[in-house]
Ligand binder design. Structure first.
Ligand code: FAD
Length: 486
C-alpha cells in the first residue's frame, strides 16, 4: 500500500445531504460511516445554481425545523452537521479543500437541474476523486425501469405491475456512530438563514399540525400502521376522516425512507391478520405513484412548466387575477373548494381527494392554467414536491401522463356530497357555514332564505356567492377543449 492510498483510508468523507434528512436507511451516510473514516455531513441551501427552484414559504418553515432535528440526531452520534448557503459547487469545493476530504457521497436526486449540478461537481472534482451516488429516496432508479420497447412508462398500471412484481431492498439501520474529522469546517448558523416567518408569523397552525424531523416521521408511520392501515382502502378518500398516513411531508424531505415504509407496512400485514390485502395493496400503490412521478421528473425536460401532452401547448387558458385570488383564499363560494384551500393555507397540507377537487375547479371551472395552481401549492404545501406537485397538477388538468381526461370535469357539489356527506370537513375549515344542515352545506346558494338565516349565513356578506355557475363553466371548458382535441 503506498502513502497516498493509506492516507485516503483516513481522509474524511463529505456526505452531502439534500432531501434525505435522516439517519435511518440513508445509504450515503451508512456507507460513509461503514468505512470507519471521519464523516462530514453537509447541507447546502442552494438558491442560485442554474434551474434550482427557490423553496416556498411553507418549505422554509419545514426545512428549518428538519435541519434542527437532523443536527441534534447527528450530534447524538458524535458528529456535527455543517450548514452552508450558496451555490452548491462553490460550497462543496471549499469544504472538501478545508477538511482535506478525498471522497464525496450523496443520495441521488431526480430533477434534471439538480442532476446537472451533481454532474458538474463530480466533473470539477475530477475522475480520480471518489464520488459515490446512492439510491435512497425512491424505490426504483428511473433508468432501470423500462418498457418492453426501451422507453419510460407513461401509463401507471403497467408501471405498477412491473414494480410490484419484485420486493424493494431491505432498509439499512442508522449508523451506530461517526468518526469525527480533526476539524469541522466553518458552518452557518441555522437561525441566520431566517427561514422562519416573523412578520407576520403565520406558522402557528402549521406547527400545531406537524412535527418535522425523523423521529416524528417514524412515530407517524407506527401510529398509521396501528390505527389506520387496516381501513386505508375504505377511508382514504374521505377528507373528514383524516385516516391517511400524513407521511407526505416527511417523505418530501427524506425524513423517512420509502423502503422503511414499505417493509414496515409489510411487517404489520404479516403480523396482523386483521389487515386486509386490499389495504396493503392500495397503500403500496399510492407509494408507487410517488415513484411514477419521480420517473416522469427524471425523463421530462421541465415537468413544472412544460405540458407532457404537447397538444395542451395551444390550450386557451384564461387569465383572471381576481378568480385566482378567490381560489387561493378559499372564497369561491363552493364550500368544498374553499374548505380545501383554507386547509392548505392553515396547515400547509390538503387531503388528496380535495386536491383533485380544487385542481379541477381551477383548471376547468375557472379555466386557469394548471401552472398557476402548481405555483400556489409549491409556495404553501409543506409536502410540495418537485415531482408529485407538477405531475399531479398535469394529471388533474389533463396534460399529464396517464392523466384524467380533460372532459371529466368534477362537479364540486356532487363530489362534496359523496366524499364529505355530513359536511364535517367543510364545517372545520369554513366555520361560517357550520350551522347549515347537512343537506344545505354543499351548495348554500340553493338553500332557502329561512335555512340560511337560521344558520347565520348571509350570502355575499358572511360567505361568498359562487364566483361561477358550474354548469356554464363546464360547457365553457368543454368548448375550450374542443379547440385542441383535434
Ligand atoms: P397517503 O394516502 O397516506 O399515501 C402514502 C404516500 O403515498 C404519501 O405520503 C405520498 O408520498 C404517496 N402518494 C399518495 N398519493 C399520491 C399521489 N396521488 N401522487 C404521488 N404520491 C402519492 N403529493 C406530494 O407528496 N407532494 C405534492 O406536492 C403533491 N401535490 C399534489 C397536487 C395535486 C393537484 C394533487 C391532486 C395531488 C398532489 N400530491 C402531492 C399527491 C397526494 O395528494 C399526496 O401525496 C397525499 O395527499 C399525501 O397525504 P398522505 O401522506 O396522507 O398520503
Amino acid at each position: 500500500m503506498n502513502d497516498n492510498s493509506s492516507k485516503a483510508h483516513s481522509d474524511p468523507i463529505v456526505v452531502w445531504m439534500r432531501d434525505d434528512l435522516r439517519l435511518d436507511d440513508n445509504p450515503a451516510l451508512a456507507a460513509a460511516a461503514d468505512t470507519g473514516r471521519p464523516v462530514v455531513p453537509l447541507y447546502v441551501l442552494d438558491e442560485t445554481s442554474d434551474g434550482i427552484r427557490a423553496l416556498g414559504g411553507a418549505h422554509q418553515w419545514w426545512l428549518h425545523h428538519s435541519l434542527d432535528a437532523l443536527a441534534r440526531s447527528l450530534r447524538g452520534k458524535g458528529t456535527e452537521l455543517t450548514l452552508r448557503r450558496g451555490a452548491a459547487k462553490g460550497e462543496l469545493l471549499d469544504i472538501i479543500a478545508a477538511v482535506g476530504a478525498t471522497a464525496l457521497y450523496f443520495n441521488r436526486r431526480y430533477d434534471p437541474a439538480g442532476r446537472a449540478v451533481d454532474d458538474r461537481i463530480a466533473e470539477a472534482l475530477g475522475a480520480a476523486f471518489d464520488v459515490r451516488r446512492f439510491t435512497a429516496n425512491i424505490l426504483h432508479e428511473p433508468d432501470e425501469v423500462q418498457t418492453t420497447t426501451g422507453g419510460y412508462y407513461k401509463v401507471y398500471t403497467p408501471f405498477w405491475k412491473k414494480l410490484s412484481a419484485s420486493e424493494p431492498r431491505d432498509p439499512i439501520d442508522a449508523p451506530a456512530g461517526f468518526k469525527q474529522p480533526e476539524d469541522f469546517p466553518r458552518s452557518d448558523n441555522l437561525a441566520d438563514w431566517a427561514l422562519l416567518p416573523t412578520k407576520p408569523d403565520w406558522s402557528g397552525d402549521i406547527a400545531e399540525a406537524w412535527t418535522p424531523g425523523e423521529k416524528a416521521a417514524l412515530e407517524r408511520l407506527e401510529t398509521f400502521c396501528n390505527d389506520d392501515l387496516a381501513g386505508y382502502h375504505e377511508a382514504r378518500d374521505n377528507p373528514s376522516a383524516d385516516r391517511t398516513s400524513g407521511l407526505s411531508p416527511h417523505l418530501r424531505w427524506g425524513e423517512i425512507s420509502p423502503y422503511r415504509i414499505w417493509h414496515t407496512v409489510q411487517t404489520y400485514a404479516s403480523r396482523r391478520q386483521s389487515i386486509p390485502d386490499d389495504a396493503i395493496r392500495t397503500f403500496k400503490k399510492e407509494l408507487v405513484w410517488r415513484d411514477f412521478n419521480a420517473h416522469l421528473l427524471h425523463h421530462c425536460d421541465n415537468l413544472t412548466t412544460t405540458n407532457i401532452n404537447k397538444r395542451f401547448d395551444a390550450f386557451p387558458w384564461r387569465r383572471s387575477d381576481a378568480d385566482l385570488r378567490a381560489w387561493q383564499r378559499g372564497l369561491t363560494g363552493y364550500p368544498i373548494v374553499d374548505a380545501g384551500m383554507r386547509q392548505l393555507w392553515q396547515t400547509g397540507w390538503m387531503h388528496n381527494r380535495v386536491r383533485m377537487i380544487v385542481g379541477s375547479f381551477l383548471t376547468k371551472d375557472l379555466l386557469l392554467d394548471w401552472r398557476d395552481g402548481e405555483r400556489w401549492f409549491w409556495d404553501t404545501l409543506v409536502d410540495g414536491d418537485a415531482a408529485s406537485n407538477p405531475a399531479q397538477w398535469q394529471w388533474v388538468a389533463g396534460s399529464g401522463a396517464d392523466a384524467q381526461p380533460f372532459f371529466r370535469v368534477f362537479n364540486p357539489v356532487t363530489q362534496s356530497e359523496k366524499f364529505d356527506p355530513a359536511g364535517t370537513y367543510i364545517r372545520r375549515f369554513a366555520p361560517e357555514l357550520a350551522e347549515l344542515p347537512d343537506k344545505a352545506i354543499h351548495a348554500p346558494w340553493n338553500a332557502s332564505d329561512e335555512t340560511l338565516a337560521k344558520a347565520g349565513v348571509r350570502l355575499g356578506e358572511t360567505y361568498p356567492r359562487p364566483i361561477i355557475d358550474h354548469k356554464a363553466a363546464r360547457e365553457r371548458a368543454l368548448a375550450a377543449y374542443s379547440e385542441i382535441r383535434g
